[in-house]
Write a protein that binds this ligand. Structure first.
Ligand code: FE2
Ligand code: FE2
Length: 279
């Protein structure tokens, strides 16, 4: 008997009634630290573009899928991403209203991702999706596994990131399952996926750094002490960047499969359960 194409152990839920309101949220919303806050803000600004390209690749391969359960997973992933985009746009609109210059950023990112996908074949495009989803998974896991990561964050912004992270963990395996189902899993495929990881890392982290810089350029209140706290937050305590890197590098372990059994189900349940009423 063939192994099931879907390795996702949950039914990926589409929580349509989720809605955030950032009307009272400041742009510097994390520990009063401009660097930390604009790190999260830059991720939020990127979200509509990263999710747009993931949805485009997903739609492009949807009709090739011959497994009903995997197709349900993929459609649910697309539906979740569309909702993530809708809610991140609310925060991004708030940032624009507060005077932060983010105009044109998404058009530039969309062009960059479209150019990449137009240059490569279908397996490489799906591989970019796997790598991108894994990078986002790694960010999500690092965020959820230690409550110190979101300590001192504006409640509404915190809820947005926790909700998004938990849903990213729900659909972490889908792109990988689609790739294996359509193209296989031999050594040559692993090479394609390794290359895609390098490209996804470059595109995502490069964009993150430049958008963060742009947000900080229009920030009146930033100090060296804040910058040092940011570095400490990432590298030492609570070590968000360190934890992110540890999760991201699982991608290169022999026999890598995205679903992580070390506590992901429990983290998803706890996070979304504490945020009720959503569902
Ligand atoms: Fe998302
Ligand atoms: Fe995702």
């Amino acid at each position: 008997m063939m192994a099931p194409a879907s390795t996702t152990p949950v039914n990926i839920e589409i929580r349509r009634n989720i809605r955030f309101d950032f009307g009272n949220s400041p742009a510097v919303h994390h520990r009063g630290n401009a660097y930390l806050s604009h790190f999260w803000n830059a991720l939020s600004v990127m979200a509509p573009s990263t999710e747009r390209i993931l949805m485009a690749v997903a739609r492009d391969v949807r009709d090739d899928i011959r497994d009903e359960r995997l197709l349900i997973d993929l459609k649910a992933l697309v539906a979740q991403e569309a909702l993530h985009t809708r809610e991140h746009r609310r925060l991004n609109t708030r940032l624009a209203e507060l005077g932060y210059d983010i105009e044109g950023v998404n058009a530039e990112l969309d062009q960059m991702f479209d150019d990449y996908v137009a240059r490569v074949d279908k397996p490489a495009a799906v591989a970019l999706m796997i790598a991108g989803e894994h990078v986002i998974y790694a960010m999500s896991r690092a965020l959820l596994e230690d409550p110190r990561m979101t300590e001192g964050m504006d409640a509404e912004v915190k809820s947005l990131f926790l909700w998004h992270a938990a849903e990213e963990m729900e659909h972490q395996s889908v792109a990988h399952d689609v790739y294996v189902h359509l193209f296989g899993d031999g050594p040559s495929h692993r090479l394609v996926r390794a290359r895609a990881f390098a490209d996804a890392g470059r595109l995502l982290l490069g964009s993150l750094a430049s958008i963060m810089k742009r947000l900080l350029a229009s920030e009146p209140e930033r100090t060296t002490a804040q910058r040092l706290e940011f570095v400490r937050f990432m590298a030492i305590s609570p070590g968000y960047g360190r934890q992110f890197g540890r999760q991201a590098l699982r991608y290169f372990q022999p026999g890598f499969a995205p679903w992580n059994d070390t506590g992901d189900l429990e983290l998803i349940r706890q996070t979304l359960g504490a945020m009720s009423p959503i569902g």
